[in-house]
Design a protein around this ligand. Structure first.
Ligand SMILES: Nc1ncnc2c1ncn2[C@@H]1O[C@H](COP(=O)(O)OP(=O)(O)OP(=O)(O)O)[C@@H](O)[C@H]1O
Ligand SMILES: [Mg+2]
Length: 376
Protein backbone atom coordinates (compact mmCIF):
# COMPACT_ATOMS: atom_id res chain seq x y z
CA UNK A 1 0.00 0.00 0.00
CA UNK A 2 1.12 3.53 -0.75
CA UNK A 3 2.25 5.64 2.19
CA UNK A 4 -0.48 8.09 3.15
CA UNK A 5 0.47 11.55 2.02
CA UNK A 6 -1.01 13.21 5.10
CA UNK A 7 -0.40 12.58 8.77
CA UNK A 8 -1.86 13.84 12.00
CA UNK A 9 -1.52 12.92 15.65
CA UNK A 10 2.23 12.52 15.16
CA UNK A 11 4.64 15.33 14.66
CA UNK A 12 5.15 16.14 10.99
CA UNK A 13 8.52 15.05 9.64
CA UNK A 14 10.36 15.42 6.32
CA UNK A 15 7.88 15.38 3.45
CA UNK A 16 4.98 15.91 5.80
CA UNK A 17 6.49 19.11 7.11
CA UNK A 18 5.70 22.36 5.36
CA UNK A 19 6.44 26.05 5.64
CA UNK A 20 7.86 27.44 8.88
CA UNK A 21 10.96 28.74 7.08
CA UNK A 22 11.29 31.90 9.12
CA UNK A 23 10.61 30.08 12.39
CA UNK A 24 13.10 27.34 11.46
CA UNK A 25 15.83 29.88 10.72
CA UNK A 26 15.16 31.75 13.93
CA UNK A 27 15.28 28.60 15.99
CA UNK A 28 18.40 27.26 14.27
CA UNK A 29 20.13 30.58 14.98
CA UNK A 30 19.04 30.50 18.61
CA UNK A 31 20.24 26.92 19.03
CA UNK A 32 23.60 27.68 17.47
CA UNK A 33 24.08 30.88 19.47
CA UNK A 34 22.78 29.24 22.63
CA UNK A 35 19.96 31.71 23.08
CA UNK A 36 17.15 30.49 25.31
CA UNK A 37 13.81 30.30 23.54
CA UNK A 38 10.18 29.99 24.54
CA UNK A 39 7.63 28.87 21.96
CA UNK A 40 3.96 29.36 22.63
CA UNK A 41 0.92 28.40 20.57
CA UNK A 42 -2.47 26.79 21.09
CA UNK A 43 -2.58 23.02 20.85
CA UNK A 44 -1.90 21.24 17.57
CA UNK A 45 -0.57 24.21 15.63
CA UNK A 46 2.88 22.68 15.22
CA UNK A 47 5.31 23.39 18.08
CA UNK A 48 6.60 19.83 18.46
CA UNK A 49 6.91 19.38 14.68
CA UNK A 50 8.90 22.59 14.41
CA UNK A 51 11.34 21.76 17.21
CA UNK A 52 11.83 18.20 15.94
CA UNK A 53 12.58 19.40 12.44
CA UNK A 54 15.05 21.97 13.70
CA UNK A 55 16.66 19.27 15.85
CA UNK A 56 17.00 17.01 12.82
CA UNK A 57 18.62 19.85 10.89
CA UNK A 58 21.09 20.62 13.66
CA UNK A 59 21.94 16.95 14.11
CA UNK A 60 22.81 16.43 10.45
CA UNK A 61 24.70 19.72 10.16
CA UNK A 62 26.69 19.96 13.31
CA UNK A 63 28.14 17.43 15.71
CA UNK A 64 29.26 19.98 18.27
CA UNK A 65 25.69 20.71 19.30
CA UNK A 66 23.80 18.02 21.12
CA UNK A 67 20.03 18.48 21.26
CA UNK A 68 18.10 16.79 24.03
CA UNK A 69 14.32 16.52 23.61
CA UNK A 70 12.11 15.84 26.57
CA UNK A 71 8.39 15.93 27.00
CA UNK A 72 6.96 16.56 30.45
CA UNK A 73 3.28 16.06 29.63
CA UNK A 74 3.06 13.10 32.01
CA UNK A 75 5.39 14.50 34.62
CA UNK A 76 3.38 15.40 37.67
CA UNK A 77 5.87 16.49 40.31
CA UNK A 78 9.25 18.02 40.93
CA UNK A 79 10.65 14.62 41.84
CA UNK A 80 9.50 13.04 38.57
CA UNK A 81 10.87 16.01 36.72
CA UNK A 82 14.37 15.50 38.10
CA UNK A 83 14.39 11.82 37.20
CA UNK A 84 13.10 12.39 33.71
CA UNK A 85 15.35 15.37 33.13
CA UNK A 86 18.51 13.60 34.30
CA UNK A 87 17.72 10.48 32.31
CA UNK A 88 17.06 12.27 29.03
CA UNK A 89 20.16 14.45 29.30
CA UNK A 90 22.34 11.43 30.06
CA UNK A 91 20.83 9.56 27.11
CA UNK A 92 21.09 12.40 24.63
CA UNK A 93 24.69 13.23 25.44
CA UNK A 94 26.04 9.67 25.34
CA UNK A 95 26.53 7.57 22.25
CA UNK A 96 26.52 4.21 24.06
CA UNK A 97 24.83 3.07 27.23
CA UNK A 98 28.23 2.42 28.86
CA UNK A 99 29.04 6.08 28.41
CA UNK A 100 25.69 6.98 29.87
CA UNK A 101 26.36 4.85 32.94
CA UNK A 102 29.83 6.34 33.30
CA UNK A 103 28.51 9.87 33.11
CA UNK A 104 25.80 9.09 35.63
CA UNK A 105 28.43 7.81 38.05
CA UNK A 106 30.81 10.66 37.35
CA UNK A 107 28.39 13.57 37.52
CA UNK A 108 25.58 12.36 39.75
CA UNK A 109 27.51 10.19 42.18
CA UNK A 110 25.90 11.73 45.27
CA UNK A 111 22.51 10.51 44.07
CA UNK A 112 23.65 6.86 43.82
CA UNK A 113 22.43 6.35 40.25
CA UNK A 114 21.43 2.89 39.07
CA UNK A 115 21.09 1.98 35.41
CA UNK A 116 18.74 -0.78 34.40
CA UNK A 117 17.12 -1.92 31.20
CA UNK A 118 13.44 -2.01 30.44
CA UNK A 119 12.07 -4.97 28.42
CA UNK A 120 12.46 -3.01 25.17
CA UNK A 121 16.13 -2.56 26.18
CA UNK A 122 15.79 1.13 26.83
CA UNK A 123 18.25 2.27 29.49
CA UNK A 124 16.47 3.48 32.61
CA UNK A 125 18.00 5.34 35.49
CA UNK A 126 16.92 5.55 39.09
CA UNK A 127 18.48 7.14 42.13
CA UNK A 128 19.39 5.45 45.37
CA UNK A 129 18.68 8.48 47.51
CA UNK A 130 15.24 9.37 48.79
CA UNK A 131 13.16 12.32 47.71
CA UNK A 132 13.95 14.31 50.83
CA UNK A 133 17.63 14.28 50.05
CA UNK A 134 17.17 14.91 46.35
CA UNK A 135 14.93 17.87 47.04
CA UNK A 136 17.57 19.51 49.20
CA UNK A 137 20.28 19.35 46.60
CA UNK A 138 19.02 19.10 43.04
CA UNK A 139 22.06 21.13 41.93
CA UNK A 140 23.87 18.26 40.25
CA UNK A 141 20.81 17.41 38.22
CA UNK A 142 19.89 20.96 37.30
CA UNK A 143 23.49 21.64 36.26
CA UNK A 144 23.93 18.30 34.51
CA UNK A 145 23.68 19.60 30.94
CA UNK A 146 26.27 22.30 31.63
CA UNK A 147 28.63 19.90 33.40
CA UNK A 148 28.50 17.41 30.54
CA UNK A 149 28.81 20.17 27.93
CA UNK A 150 31.98 21.42 29.61
CA UNK A 151 33.43 17.95 30.03
CA UNK A 152 32.77 16.95 26.43
CA UNK A 153 33.53 20.40 25.02
CA UNK A 154 30.23 20.57 23.21
CA UNK A 155 27.10 22.72 23.32
CA UNK A 156 23.86 21.26 24.57
CA UNK A 157 20.34 22.44 23.76
CA UNK A 158 17.72 21.13 26.15
CA UNK A 159 14.20 21.26 24.70
CA UNK A 160 11.33 20.78 27.11
CA UNK A 161 7.95 20.12 25.49
CA UNK A 162 4.61 20.68 27.28
CA UNK A 163 6.34 23.06 29.63
CA UNK A 164 2.98 24.36 30.90
CA UNK A 165 2.82 21.17 33.00
CA UNK A 166 5.10 22.71 35.61
CA UNK A 167 2.30 25.09 36.48
CA UNK A 168 0.53 22.16 38.14
CA UNK A 169 3.44 21.10 40.36
CA UNK A 170 3.07 21.73 44.06
CA UNK A 171 4.84 24.99 44.86
CA UNK A 172 5.52 25.66 41.20
CA UNK A 173 6.90 29.12 41.83
CA UNK A 174 9.66 27.90 44.12
CA UNK A 175 10.49 25.24 41.55
CA UNK A 176 10.67 27.80 38.77
CA UNK A 177 13.05 29.85 40.89
CA UNK A 178 15.32 26.85 41.26
CA UNK A 179 15.35 26.17 37.54
CA UNK A 180 16.02 29.77 36.65
CA UNK A 181 18.76 30.31 39.20
CA UNK A 182 20.69 27.33 37.89
CA UNK A 183 20.03 27.69 34.20
CA UNK A 184 20.91 31.36 33.93
CA UNK A 185 24.49 30.53 34.84
CA UNK A 186 24.95 28.03 32.04
CA UNK A 187 27.21 29.17 29.21
CA UNK A 188 27.35 26.02 27.13
CA UNK A 189 23.67 25.17 27.24
CA UNK A 190 20.51 26.74 25.87
CA UNK A 191 17.00 25.88 26.95
CA UNK A 192 14.04 25.78 24.61
CA UNK A 193 10.81 25.66 26.58
CA UNK A 194 7.51 25.30 24.76
CA UNK A 195 3.91 24.44 25.22
CA UNK A 196 0.30 25.55 25.01
CA UNK A 197 -1.82 27.48 27.56
CA UNK A 198 -0.69 30.83 26.29
CA UNK A 199 -1.90 32.78 29.28
CA UNK A 200 -0.12 30.63 31.77
CA UNK A 201 3.13 30.57 29.83
CA UNK A 202 2.92 34.29 29.19
CA UNK A 203 2.60 34.82 32.89
CA UNK A 204 5.66 32.66 33.54
CA UNK A 205 7.82 34.32 30.90
CA UNK A 206 6.68 37.90 30.63
CA UNK A 207 5.55 38.86 34.09
CA UNK A 208 8.28 40.88 35.79
CA UNK A 209 7.43 39.30 39.13
CA UNK A 210 8.07 35.77 37.89
CA UNK A 211 11.42 33.92 37.93
CA UNK A 212 11.53 33.28 34.18
CA UNK A 213 10.98 36.91 33.24
CA UNK A 214 13.29 37.84 30.33
CA UNK A 215 14.69 34.34 30.12
CA UNK A 216 15.10 34.55 26.36
CA UNK A 217 13.47 34.91 22.98
CA UNK A 218 9.69 34.45 23.06
CA UNK A 219 8.18 33.09 19.88
CA UNK A 220 4.42 33.07 19.30
CA UNK A 221 3.93 30.41 16.69
CA UNK A 222 1.29 31.50 14.17
CA UNK A 223 -0.82 29.35 11.91
CA UNK A 224 0.58 28.25 8.57
CA UNK A 225 -0.95 30.45 5.87
CA UNK A 226 -3.83 29.36 3.68
CA UNK A 227 -1.71 29.85 0.57
CA UNK A 228 0.97 27.54 1.89
CA UNK A 229 -1.52 24.88 2.92
CA UNK A 230 -3.13 25.04 -0.52
CA UNK A 231 0.17 24.41 -2.27
CA UNK A 232 1.17 21.69 0.17
CA UNK A 233 -2.08 19.75 -0.13
CA UNK A 234 -2.04 20.01 -3.91
CA UNK A 235 1.55 18.82 -4.09
CA UNK A 236 0.91 15.84 -1.80
CA UNK A 237 -2.11 14.79 -3.89
CA UNK A 238 -0.04 15.01 -7.07
CA UNK A 239 2.86 13.06 -5.62
CA UNK A 240 0.50 10.17 -5.08
CA UNK A 241 -1.14 10.35 -8.50
CA UNK A 242 -4.34 12.15 -7.50
CA UNK A 243 -5.66 15.58 -8.40
CA UNK A 244 -6.97 18.54 -6.47
CA UNK A 245 -7.10 22.11 -7.76
CA UNK A 246 -5.34 24.87 -5.87
CA UNK A 247 -8.67 26.54 -5.19
CA UNK A 248 -10.09 23.33 -3.73
CA UNK A 249 -6.99 22.75 -1.61
CA UNK A 250 -7.21 26.29 -0.25
CA UNK A 251 -10.92 25.82 0.39
CA UNK A 252 -10.14 22.64 2.30
CA UNK A 253 -7.64 24.38 4.61
CA UNK A 254 -9.89 27.40 5.06
CA UNK A 255 -12.74 25.11 6.07
CA UNK A 256 -10.80 24.15 9.23
CA UNK A 257 -9.38 27.63 9.87
CA UNK A 258 -5.92 26.55 8.64
CA UNK A 259 -5.48 24.60 11.86
CA UNK A 260 -2.43 22.34 11.24
CA UNK A 261 -3.78 19.13 12.72
CA UNK A 262 -7.18 19.40 11.07
CA UNK A 263 -5.83 20.42 7.68
CA UNK A 264 -3.82 17.20 7.68
CA UNK A 265 -6.76 15.14 8.90
CA UNK A 266 -9.25 16.62 6.45
CA UNK A 267 -6.76 16.32 3.59
CA UNK A 268 -6.21 12.69 4.45
CA UNK A 269 -9.92 11.94 4.52
CA UNK A 270 -10.48 13.75 1.23
CA UNK A 271 -7.49 11.93 -0.29
CA UNK A 272 -8.87 8.56 0.79
CA UNK A 273 -12.25 9.35 -0.77
CA UNK A 274 -10.70 10.61 -4.00
CA UNK A 275 -10.24 8.11 -6.84
CA UNK A 276 -8.66 10.44 -9.37
CA UNK A 277 -9.85 14.01 -8.86
CA UNK A 278 -11.05 15.61 -5.66
CA UNK A 279 -14.32 17.55 -5.68
CA UNK A 280 -15.99 20.03 -3.39
CA UNK A 281 -18.55 17.36 -2.49
CA UNK A 282 -15.76 15.05 -1.36
CA UNK A 283 -14.29 17.76 0.87
CA UNK A 284 -17.68 18.57 2.40
CA UNK A 285 -18.38 14.91 2.95
CA UNK A 286 -14.97 14.37 4.57
CA UNK A 287 -15.53 17.21 6.98
CA UNK A 288 -18.92 15.82 7.89
CA UNK A 289 -17.24 12.48 8.59
CA UNK A 290 -14.69 14.04 10.94
CA UNK A 291 -17.38 16.02 12.70
CA UNK A 292 -19.48 12.92 13.25
CA UNK A 293 -16.51 11.00 14.50
CA UNK A 294 -15.71 13.72 17.06
CA UNK A 295 -19.24 14.46 18.15
CA UNK A 296 -19.19 12.04 21.08
CA UNK A 297 -16.05 13.69 22.36
CA UNK A 298 -17.67 17.11 22.00
CA UNK A 299 -20.75 15.93 23.88
CA UNK A 300 -18.43 14.86 26.70
CA UNK A 301 -16.76 18.24 26.69
CA UNK A 302 -20.10 20.02 26.87
CA UNK A 303 -21.24 17.80 29.72
CA UNK A 304 -18.18 18.81 31.71
CA UNK A 305 -19.03 22.49 31.36
CA UNK A 306 -21.14 24.72 33.55
CA UNK A 307 -24.28 26.08 31.91
CA UNK A 308 -22.98 29.62 31.99
CA UNK A 309 -19.84 28.48 30.17
CA UNK A 310 -21.94 26.92 27.42
CA UNK A 311 -24.04 30.06 27.23
CA UNK A 312 -20.88 32.10 26.94
CA UNK A 313 -19.73 30.02 23.96
CA UNK A 314 -23.08 30.67 22.33
CA UNK A 315 -22.61 34.41 22.78
CA UNK A 316 -19.12 34.15 21.24
CA UNK A 317 -20.46 32.22 18.25
CA UNK A 318 -23.14 34.86 17.73
CA UNK A 319 -20.42 37.46 17.43
CA UNK A 320 -21.11 39.22 20.73
CA UNK A 321 -18.21 41.19 22.17
CA UNK A 322 -19.73 43.30 24.96
CA UNK A 323 -20.07 40.41 27.40
CA UNK A 324 -20.34 42.67 30.42
CA UNK A 325 -23.30 44.60 29.04
CA UNK A 326 -26.67 44.07 30.70
CA UNK A 327 -28.23 43.14 27.36
CA UNK A 328 -25.79 40.31 26.65
CA UNK A 329 -25.73 39.10 30.26
CA UNK A 330 -29.50 38.78 30.18
CA UNK A 331 -29.92 37.44 26.67
CA UNK A 332 -27.50 34.58 27.28
CA UNK A 333 -28.20 34.05 30.94
CA UNK A 334 -24.59 34.67 31.97
CA UNK A 335 -25.21 35.73 35.57
CA UNK A 336 -23.57 38.88 36.89
CA UNK A 337 -20.85 40.78 35.07
CA UNK A 338 -18.37 39.63 37.71
CA UNK A 339 -19.03 36.12 36.45
CA UNK A 340 -17.59 36.81 33.01
CA UNK A 341 -13.95 36.88 34.12
CA UNK A 342 -14.42 33.56 35.89
CA UNK A 343 -16.02 31.95 32.84
CA UNK A 344 -13.22 33.20 30.59
CA UNK A 345 -10.51 31.89 32.91
CA UNK A 346 -12.16 28.48 33.23
CA UNK A 347 -12.56 28.11 29.46
CA UNK A 348 -9.00 29.26 28.86
CA UNK A 349 -7.67 26.77 31.37
CA UNK A 350 -9.50 24.02 29.53
CA UNK A 351 -7.92 25.36 26.32
CA UNK A 352 -11.35 25.77 24.74
CA UNK A 353 -10.97 29.48 24.08
CA UNK A 354 -8.12 31.90 23.75
CA UNK A 355 -8.31 35.63 24.18
CA UNK A 356 -5.95 38.05 22.58
CA UNK A 357 -6.45 41.79 22.25
CA UNK A 358 -9.87 41.33 23.89
CA UNK A 359 -11.00 39.03 21.11
CA UNK A 360 -12.39 35.68 22.21
CA UNK A 361 -11.70 32.78 19.88
CA UNK A 362 -12.92 29.20 20.07
CA UNK A 363 -9.73 27.22 19.44
CA UNK A 364 -10.97 23.99 17.91
CA UNK A 365 -12.45 24.75 14.48
CA UNK A 366 -14.43 21.50 14.32
CA UNK A 367 -15.85 22.02 17.80
CA UNK A 368 -16.88 25.48 16.65
CA UNK A 369 -18.65 24.06 13.60
CA UNK A 370 -20.28 21.36 15.66
CA UNK A 371 -21.57 23.87 18.19
CA UNK A 372 -22.93 26.06 15.44
CA UNK A 373 -24.46 23.40 13.25
CA UNK A 374 -25.49 20.64 15.60
CA UNK A 375 -25.59 21.82 19.17
CA UNK A 376 -27.10 25.27 19.42
N1 LIG B 1 4.91 22.41 9.67
C1 LIG B 1 3.95 21.50 9.52
N2 LIG B 1 3.69 20.97 8.31
C2 LIG B 1 2.72 20.07 8.13
N3 LIG B 1 1.91 19.63 9.10
C3 LIG B 1 2.10 20.12 10.33
C4 LIG B 1 3.13 21.07 10.61
N4 LIG B 1 3.07 21.38 11.91
C5 LIG B 1 2.07 20.64 12.43
N5 LIG B 1 1.48 19.88 11.49
C6 LIG B 1 0.32 18.98 11.69
O1 LIG B 1 -0.32 19.33 12.89
C7 LIG B 1 -0.29 18.24 13.83
C8 LIG B 1 0.02 18.78 15.21
O2 LIG B 1 1.34 19.25 15.22
P1 LIG B 1 2.24 19.23 16.53
O3 LIG B 1 2.02 17.99 17.28
O4 LIG B 1 3.60 19.58 16.10
O5 LIG B 1 1.58 20.47 17.30
P2 LIG B 1 1.82 20.98 18.78
O6 LIG B 1 1.68 22.46 18.71
O7 LIG B 1 3.06 20.42 19.33
O8 LIG B 1 0.55 20.37 19.53
P3 LIG B 1 0.34 20.12 21.11
O9 LIG B 1 0.19 21.47 21.73
O10 LIG B 1 -0.92 19.33 21.18
O11 LIG B 1 1.56 19.38 21.60
C9 LIG B 1 0.76 17.29 13.30
O12 LIG B 1 0.41 15.96 13.62
C10 LIG B 1 0.71 17.51 11.81
O13 LIG B 1 -0.32 16.74 11.26
MG1 LIG C 1 3.39 19.22 20.96
Amino acid sequence: MKRMPFIFGKSADFKNFTDRDAETDRLVTNFKSLINTTIISPRRWGKTSLVENVTEKIRTENNKICVCLLDIFNVRSEEEFYEHFAKEILKATASRWEEMAENAKKFLSQLLPKISFSPDSQAEISFGVGWEQLKKSPDDILNLAETIAQAKKISVVVCIDEFQSIGDFADSLAFQRKLRSHWQRHHNVAYCLYGSKRHMLLDIFSNAAMPFYKFGDIMFLQKISNKNWGEFVKKRFEETGKKITLAQAEYLAEFVDNHSYYVQQLAQQAWLRTKTSCTKAIIDDSLQGIKNQLSLLFVGQIEAMATTQINFLKAVLNGETAFQSQGVLKRYDLGTSANIAKIKTALMNKEIIDISAQKVEILDPIFKLWLKEEYF
